[in-house]
Every structure is written in C-alpha cells, then in structure tokens.
Design a binder for this molecule. Structure first.
Ligand SMILES: Cc1cc2nc3c(=O)[nH]c(=O)nc-3n(C[C@H](O)[C@H](O)[C@H](O)COP(=O)(O)OP(=O)(O)OC[C@H]3O[C@@H](n4cnc5c(N)ncnc54)[C@H](O)[C@@H]3O)c2cc1C
Ligand code: SF4
Ligand code: SF4
Ligand code: SF4
Ligand code: FES
Length: 610
C-alpha cells in the first residue's frame, strides 16, 4: 500500500487488507468493501514532509575567489493526505520536534507541514505488528489531523479537529453524530487497543537499555541483522541525513544536497581516520538505544510510535519488541540526562554566508590559522562550520578573535586540505558559532590544568587567552601539551608569551630529533602533582584515547568527574541537532556539547561502539 497521488475516489484502496508479520507484508482482497481495512504500508508522511533528497543551497565561486551562497526553498505545494493513522501523526510530531523544535528550525520542513491537510482514520482493525497502544500514540486520532474518520458500516463518523476540517465538514451533507455513535467509537478504540498484535514495555526503558550495553542479546541480534538499513528507511521518525557537494567541471558553480542516511550505513559514525561503530552489533545497538532510549533525553518522547513497519520490512524479520523483551531479561540501569530545555529558535537554513580570509598563518607543515572577517560573539570552545562549494563543509573550533575570527585547521581530508590551501582575500562559507563552550565561570577561583593533544590545542586557545587575561580569577593555569614532533608544536611564539604571562607550560612530543632537550612520550606522563595541583579542575581536548588515559590519571590525582571537562568529536553535518550524525548516546555533540563534563558522559566514555 503506497502513499501516492489520487486522481479520483475510485482509486482509493477499498476492499483491500494487509497481512503483516516479521519480514512479511501481503495485500489481499477482503470480503467487504471497507476503505480502512489496511493499516500502514512502507510509506508515511516522512517522504513528503522530509524528502529523501533535497538541495539545500546553490553556490557560486567567482574568479577573484569570492563566493555566493543562495538557499533553495521548496516551491509551495499544498497536499491533502487521506487515511493517515494516529501512529503516523505522532511520528510527524516526533520528527517536527527534532527538525523544528531544537535550537534551530528547519524552514523547509515547517513550510511543508503548514502546506498539509490531513484526513486521518481512527484504527478500528489494528494489524499483527501494531503496538501504538503501548507507545500511547494510537489507535485514536487525538491531534495533528484536520478531520478524523471512523468507518461504521455504510456510514463514516467524522470529527473536525481544525478550522480547515470544519470548513470541509460544513460543505458536506451530514447528520449530527449521536451519543450512540460516540459510544460506539469509544468502545471500538478500547477493543482495537486490546487486539494489537505486539506490545512494548516502555516504562524505564531508556535507563534499562543504556544499563545493558553489554547484554549478550546484542551479539545474538547482530548475527541475524544484515545492516541493510531498511528499518530506518521505513521508520516514520528516523531523521538522520548526510550531504553531498557537487560542482560543475570548472568548479565555478555547485550545490549541496541533503539525503536520508541510516545509522546502519558504514560512514554514519565516520570521522577522519575511522568509524566509531565498525560492527553490526554497534549499529543495531545504536538504532535501538537511540530509537527508544536516547530519543527521550533529546525530545522528551520516544522515537518509536508503534507502527510495526521496521518489523514487517526487515528482510530477516527482526522484531524490536522481541529484542526489547530479551534485553529486559537482564540487569543494569543507567542515569540518563533529562529532556533538554529547548532554547529559543534561531531561524536556520543550513546555508553559509560568505566570509573573507583576512590573513593566513602557517603553524606547521600541515596546519594553518585562517582569520576571517566574520565577527560573531562566541564563547571559547564553540565551533564554526566552514564550507567550500563543491568540496564540503567541516566543523572547526574558534581558536580566537585577534585580527579576525581565528580557525586553526589541520589538513587531513578533502575539505581541510582545500581550506589549508586558501590565501588571504579569498572567501569561505561560514556558519556559527555552534555548541556549548568551556564553563569558564565555573572554573574560576581554583587552579586549572589544560590538557591538549595535537590540534586539540586549538579549541583551548581562546580559553587560555581568556584565563591569562584575568589572573585575579584564574591565579594558576597549567598547560600540559603533547605534539607529534617539535615541528608540530602549535602557536610557538604565543606559547612563549603565555609563559611570560604566568602560564605553567609542560610540553612533550611523541618523537624528537637528538637536539630536543624537552620531554618525550605521551601527555599523561606529565600529569603529576607538579602539573595538577590540589583542588584543580581540568579541561582537555585531543584524541579520545588520550583523553581516556588522562581522565584516569586525573582521577588518581583526586580530580573528580564533575571538575573534568572535555570536548568530544563525532561526525558532523548540520551542527544544529538535526542530522543525527554526531550522536553520542543520548547527546548531540553539536548542540549538547562539544564541551561536556566527564560526569555527564561517564557511562559511555571510552566505551567502544558509541
Ligand atoms: C566540534 C569540532 C571541532 C573541531 N575543530 C577542529 C579544529 O579546530 N581544527 C581542525 O583541524 N579540526 C577540527 N575538527 C576536526 C575536523 O572537523 C575534521 O578534521 C574535518 O571534518 C575533516 O574533514 P575533511 O573533509 O577534510 O576530511 P574527510 O575525512 O574527507 O571527511 C569527510 C567529512 O566527514 C566529516 N568528518 C570527518 N572528520 C571529522 C571530525 N573529526 N569531526 C567531525 N566530522 C568529521 C565531515 O563532515 C567531513 O566533511 C573539529 C571537529 C569537531 C567535531
Ligand atoms: S521503530 Fe519500528 S515500530 Fe517504532 S516507529 Fe519506527 S518503524 Fe515504527
Ligand atoms: S540514529 Fe536514530 S534517527 Fe538516525 S537512523 Fe538511527 S535510529 Fe534513526
Ligand atoms: S534490523 Fe533488519 S531491517 Fe534493520 S538493518 Fe538489520 S536486517 Fe536490516
Ligand atoms: S545533529 Fe547534525 S551535527 Fe549534530
């Protein structure tokens, strides 16, 4: 059963029913001539409100290095949907809470939602895979529709829920519904809830799932799962996306397109150098812990509305209700963050604006600092999205604002290499600032130890400057910094100035030439009472393995998790909490982080697969 344009009422699927089971979906003719003898097919409102591919913007690169970015807005296209079920209306609300209810508002999704009229159906005959009664998202249509219908013999019981719905009802030849009609509907809804083929135990589920990350069931389901991603495609709430940047042959015009993605995709958790979720077990666990776990912390509701699609369209018939039952049969509980408070909307179309490069400083063989003429207020630890048309867009920390907004970039892949090759006067695309910065106000008054590995010094630089400019509140600041070789040490002259201003500097390198007289070895070897004074707080950024070891060393020196702050790195596309790619358990690194306290993330920190 597909959601397709109708030419006239004769095309309605009258007299058809769908028999569903794990990995099974069959249509057949019913004996009677009802319109709503089927439940849900693979399609949902998602395909229309949130198309599987759409162009975000077009970009132009002129010969003088200047750029132009132009948003591409969807053309108005009002649509009416017939036969939508309560679960799918709930799914549209769940998607809206991510795409429009976060810190940024997807204007494309908002426009399409506003252009929609919905004629919904109260489900009186649920399917074998339905469990919307347990997720409290059906079978009765309570919100989100203009009209809600129930078929009662030859008659339709119709409720108007909006002015648009009332206008339609007024234009029809109807009789007033009687008390008996309404009592029939109440009874039918109770009966429908009792007939559902599946049930999901939801109370306390997020804490239970995140407390059972080592349950043997994850291995068992991974043996069956093909990592095909069908479940995420048909799920009406899944919202993950990726982007591609195309350009014409001479690179003068390009466009950025957004496409649906899945946490079963190999590159979903990719960052330069590898992926955080290499195995099918990691990916299935991501899917289930996000869908019915982390989602609750993100939006206040589960990401599952009980439609059963993922069970029907899974080629090997994996049934999430069965998996959850098996996981319940275990022990463990995690404390998850409460649903986040939604900040005010900042209207956002994911389109960069042009920023001119004022100057370029070479920091090492593969690292440069670009100063841009953009001048937004920022907090140390926040980051920007820097874009080059036809190449890509990357998150880069704001490293300071002396002589322009500074970004220190290491060339590792296509976009960072192109950014490192840019010259003064040329332009880049800029969006930001994004994310939460270092909690400098909380750190004031006590010694602070800053731990950085490699390019990880860049997100800490503005914070160090801030602290050294305010010695009364930050009387003792240590920097423990590790680089690959002496030539890779960043900000050489500035490090000397910082020392002159009172910073206690501890530097080490992985490899050194014979003339190097300093420390050689990993950063953690420098963490002792000399660099971590009694009562210190810590801030750190670097490769995750470095931070895991540093956290252990800090703990041994008496720095507790609430006084240890770190910045996390995960794959990023949108930076606005809407592409799903930077998820770290219940967190979006882009909006809940990138700076976290260790006690926020302790239950996942250093764990493989997240
Ligand atoms: C919050 C944050 C701040 C960062 N700050 C800096 C910085 O100040 N300086 C710096 O040199 N690097 C920084 N990075 C890392 C930088 O974003 C990656 O090196 C960059 O995305 C690699 O892109 P690429 O196209 O060159 O490489 P590719 O390997 O081709 O990457 C392709 C795409 O994958 C994604 N991706 C790859 N690696 C990362 C990554 N590490 N983090 C997030 N997405 C990634 C991006 O969308 C990228 O466009 C930061 C990352 C994060 C998450
Ligand atoms: S997880 Fe499965 S049952 Fe739940 S909303 Fe998605 S497709 Fe439907
Ligand atoms: S991470 Fe969540 S929203 Fe994204 S595809 Fe997986 S289950 Fe769906
Ligand atoms: S659970 Fe099923 S549909 Fe989902 S990825 Fe695995 S095999 Fe594919
Ligand atoms: S949700 Fe898109 S980068 Fe965080």
């Amino acid at each position: 059963m597909r959601l397709l344009p109708l030419e006239d009422a004769s095309e309605l699927p009258r007299g058809w029913t769908d028999a569903q089971g794990p990995g099974r979906y069959r249509l057949s003719r019913e004996g009677d001539a009802t319109f709503d003898g089927w439940v849900v097919g693979p399609d949902s409102l998602k395909q229309t409100l949130f198309p599987s591919r759409e162009v975000l913007y077009q970009a132009e690169r002129r010969e003088d290095g200047k750029l132009g970015f132009a948003p591409v807005a969807p053309a108005p296209s009002p649509k009416a949907f017939l036969g939508v079920r309560a679960c799918d209306l709930a799914a549209a609300r769940v998607q809206r809470s991510i795409l429009e209810g976060g810190p940024h508002r997807d204007a494309r999704h908002a426009r399409r939602s506003e252009d929609t009229l919905v004629v919904a159906v109260h489900c009186t005959e649920p399917g074998a895979l339905c469990f919307c009664a347990s997720t409290e998202t059906g079978p009765r249509v309570t919100e989100g529709a203009d009209l809600a219908l129930a078929e009662r013999g030859e008659e339709l019981l119709v409720e108007a829920h909006t002015d648009a719905g009332r206008a339609i009802l007024d234009a029809l030849d109807t009789r007033e519904a009687s008390d008996a009609d309404e009592a029939w509907l109440d009874d039918a809804m109770v009966a429908s809830a009792g007939k559902m083929g599946r049930h999901m135990r939801t109370e306390g589920l997020p804490a239970a799932l995140f407390g059972r990350l080592d349950h043997p069931r994850w291995d068992e389901v991974a043996d069956r799962c093909l990592a095909c991603g069908n479940c995420t495609s048909v799920c009406p709430t899944c919202f993950c996306t990726t982007t591609t940047d195309d350009s014409d042959l001479d690179g003068s015009r390009g466009e950025r397109e957004r496409l649906w993605a899945s946490c079963f995709d190999e590159d979903h958790a990719y960052i330069h150098g590898g992926t955080f979720r290499p195995t099918t077990k990691d990916r299935y666990r991501q899917w289930l812990t996000h869908k019915v776990g982390g989602w609750v912390s993100q939006t206040g509701t589960s990401g599952c509305v009980g439609c059963g699609r993922c069970i029907a369209w899974c080629p090997v018939g994996i049934d999430l209700t069965e998996e959850i039952d098996a996981l319940w049969d275990g022990e463990g509980s995690a404390v998850l963050p409460p649903p986040r408070v939604t900040p005010d909307h900042a209207h956002e179309d994911l389109v960069p604006r042009e920023a001119t490069v004022r100057s370029v400083t070479r920091e090492s063989a593969d690292v440069v600092t670009l100063r841009l003429d953009a001048a937004p207020a920022f907090a140390p630890g926040q980051f920007s999205q820097l874009a080059l048309p036809g190449i890509g867009e990357v998150p880069i920390s704001i490293a300071g604002d002396e002589g322009g907004l500074e970004h220190t970039i290491r060339a590792v892949g296509a976009t960072t290499t192109a950014l490192c090759a840019i010259t003064a006067g040329q332009q880049v695309g800029f969006r930001g600032p994004y994310g939460r910065g270092w909690p400098l106000a909380e750190l004031a008054g006590a010694p602070v130890v800053v731990i950085a590995g490699g390019i990880g010094l860049a997100p800490l630089r503005a914070a160090i400057r801030h602290m050294l400019a305010d010695r009364a509140r930050f009387p003792e600041v240590h920097l423990v910094y590790g680089a690959r070789t002496p030539d890779d040490v960043l900000y050489g002259e500035e490090l000397a100035r910082w020392e002159g201003a009172g910073l206690k500097l501890h530097v080490t390198v992985d490899q050194a030439p014979p003339e190097w007289t300093g420390n050689v070895g990993v950063v953690t070897r420098l963490l002792d009472r000399g660099s971590v004074p009694e009562g210190a707080s810590a801030m750190m950024c670097g490769p995750e393995i470095m931070m895991v070891h540093a956290a252990q060393a800090l703990g041994a020196l008496g720095v507790d998790d609430a006084h240890t702050w770190l910045t996390m790195e995960r794959h990023m596309e949108c930076a606005t909490g809407s592409c799903g790619r930077c998820q770290y358990g219940p967190f979006f690194v882009c909006t809940d982080g990138p700076v976290f306290s260790l006690d926020q993330v302790r239950f996942l920190f250093g764990r493989e697969g997240f």
